[in-house]
Design a protein around this ligand. Structure first.
Ligand code: ATP
Ligand code: MG
Length: 570
């Protein structure tokens, strides 16, 4: 390919809308263009990279007994009613109506469609297990589409669904996918960490997310350096305190005491006004769970995680109550809520179980209560793990201090069990002729997000440093002055030699200044640049620059193909 013919102009300026490096470089290097919020067009170089990622995924899916199919993007509402997800999926789903007033959605995910497919074709255990996958666009009306293709509204996903006859089969499918994912991300030049995760709207019991560690990541994770525990903070569990400790600790004879706390509504204000540390406080937060008010309690120095709370409440929707609702429920302004005398469900975090001298709001303006004790002064509707893990917390496996990091979720594997096969009646006859639901798993990789994540992990201030397996081209030949006949002849000859050797090579045939050409080559991130210039040409030499470490080598023309091939392919 010749640079003059590649459609994908590079941009000098950093586009104002692009916060993340990957987003900036994907626009600047001419890999993609924005069409509308969260929707992008891939240009030739970007599409080559996507295809390379897809090729790696396809190879690994095939090795793990996956068979590729292509499911429809447009899906009928009836299927989603069968699983009750038409309403539950919420505003993220793009819905449409045809001329006969039938409702459809643009698939945000494909459990319904694939389960309906398999239930129609599979009758017997002899037809199982099945591992079917596709690579296709998904549609999700994200509240905040951002970071380019990292959070798009139209994006490319690989999704595989496994259908097994029993739990053992599911376990094997899950393991096979887990290992395939590990290999896929490795081959893409990514270091991705599998972490335990919450199963969210898709449901099911066991799940791991594959996280690319990056400060720009939207997910918070904790991991243990002493053992191999790693989890999303939404999931990282705390062990419930020993019941005996609770009984001993709460043998507290000090009765409730009122504390005047005028205009003191935040944890910071309380700790300074009362001269205490935040761990003496019980934070009481009022939420609306499926529109009904509940109170959630946690120790003052901890953060409540809403995903955990939603799980404990088993509700579809959870929002922090507004000031008006909080006032109605607690009869006090925001900042003075407490559990004593409240007549709504009270969900208590483990951390509050052992507090016998807790200070909390009195449900009265400018008043707090001290010595508040669970069981004596108020009752818990439920006790649960609501606390968000952070660095320094004990590892649930080995008790060492956890470390924290941020990550970009590039993939997720789920054990679904019978969550979809039961409502959709995807059954088979077992060896004894007994009808049983299929045991399912689902496994997704964000293909377009993976492309951005690769850039997040592989770049410098000048541009992208593509790992060889996903680089759009491996080599660029840059004549310093293509108008100079000697340089042109050598550049053309080297180009031809590399083409003949089936190396993915580009010739920069533009009549641009060398600086412009070098900048573009660095921005796009070709792993190797061969510069043909007047300084070395008399010696029949060229300069070879390795993109990722900027190392420069002088190589004789007779050896350039061999030496560059060795640099690239070992
Ligand atoms: P997130 O928590 O980031 O919203 P998710 O858990 O909803 O993602 P899954 O349903 O597990 O996503 O989808 C599988 C994969 O698809 C994710 O691991 C991610 O890589 C990718 N993905 C999900 N949403 C988007 C999006 N809006 N844009 C690009 N890729 C996405
Ligand atoms: Mg996910």
């Amino acid at each position: 390919m010749q640079t003059s013919q590649i459609y994908g102009p590079t941009l000098r300026e950093i586009p104002a809308e692009a916060e993340l490096v990957s987003h900036q470089f994907m626009l600047r290097a001419g890999l993609m263009r924005k069409s509308t919020a969260g929707v992008y067009t891939y240009l030739p170089l970007g599409l080559i990279v996507l295809h390379k990622i897809m090729a790696i995924i396809r190879e690994e899916m095939t090795s793990a007994q996956g068979q590729e199919i292509l499911l429809p993007i447009m899906q009928p509402a009836e299927l989603w009613h069968e699983t009750k997800r038409w309403d539950d999926y919420g505003d993220e789903m793009f819905k449409l109506v045809d001329r006969h007033k039938r409702q459809f959605c643009l698939g945000p995910t494909h459990e319904e469609v694939i389960t309906a497919l398999v239930r129609a074709d599979v009758r017997s255990y002899r037809q199982l297990p099945l591992r079917l996958y596709q690579i296709q666009n998904k549609y999700r009306d994200e509240i905040r589409p951002r970071f380019g293709v990292i959070r798009g509204r139209e994006f490319i996903m690989k999704d595989l669904y496994s259908f097994d006859i029993d739990e053992q089969g599911l376990h094997e499918s899950y393991q096979a996918m887990f290992q395939a994912y590990t290999r896929i991300f490795e081959r893409c030049g990514l270091s991705a960490l599998p972490v335990e995760a919450d199963s969210g709207a898709i449901g099911g019991d066991a799940t791991h997310e594959f996280m690319v560690l990056a400060d720009s990541g939207e997910a918070d994770i904790v991991y243990c350096s002493a053992c191999d525990y790693a989890a999303n903070v939404e999931r990282a569990e705390f062990v419930a305190p020993d019941v005996h400790t609770i009984t001993n600790d709460s043998a507290n004879s000090d009765c409730i005491q009122e504390l005047d706390t005028p205009h003191t509504t935040t944890i910071d204000e309380l700790t300074s006004a009362l001269e205490i540390s935040a761990d003496k406080l019980i934070k009481t937060m009022i939420y609306l769970a499926d529109k009904k008010p509940i109170a959630a309690l946690i120790r003052g120095d901890y953060t409540l995680n809403e995903v955990k709370l939603q799980k404990a409440l088993d509700c579809q929707e959870l929002v922090l109550a507004d000031a008006q609702t909080t006032e109605q429920v607690t009869s006090a302004p925001v900042g003075f809520a407490g559990p004593v005398g409240l007549s709504i469900p009270i969900i208590v975090d483990y951390s509050v179980m052992t507090m016998s001298h807790g200070i909390t709001g009195a449900n009265q303006r400018d008043l707090h209560l001290a010595n508040v004790t669970l069981g004596r002064d108020y009752q818990a509707t439920a006790i649960a793990d609501l606390r968000e893990a952070k660095s320094g917390d004990p590892c649930p496996h080995c008790s060492e201090a956890l470390e924290s990091a941020r990550g970009i979720e590039v993939g997720q594997v789920f054990k679904l069990g019978t969550k979809y096969s039961e409502p959709l009646e995807a059954t088979f006859l077992d060896e004894n002729g007994k009808k049983r639901p299929m045991i399912m798993g689902c496994y997704g990789i964000g293909v377009s997000r993976t492309m951005a994540a690769i850039i997040e992990q592989n770049h410098d201030s000048d541009g992208i440093c593509w790992p060889i397996n996903v680089a759009p081209y491996h080599v660029i030949i840059v004549p310093v002055n293509y108008k100079d006949e000697a340089q042109k002849n050598v550049a053309d000859a080297v180009y031809r030699q590399f083409l003949d050797a089936k190396v993915a090579v580009v010739l920069d045939d533009r009549h641009e200044r060398p600086g412009v050409k070098f900048k573009d080559a660095d921005l796009i991130g070709y792993p190797i640049r061969i510069t043909v210039g007047p300084r070395l040409l008399p010696e029949k030499q060229v300069e070879v620059t390795i993109r990722h470490n900027k190392e420069q080598l002088t190589i004789h023309l007779d050896e350039v193909l061999e030496k560059v091939s060795r640099l690239l392919y070992g």
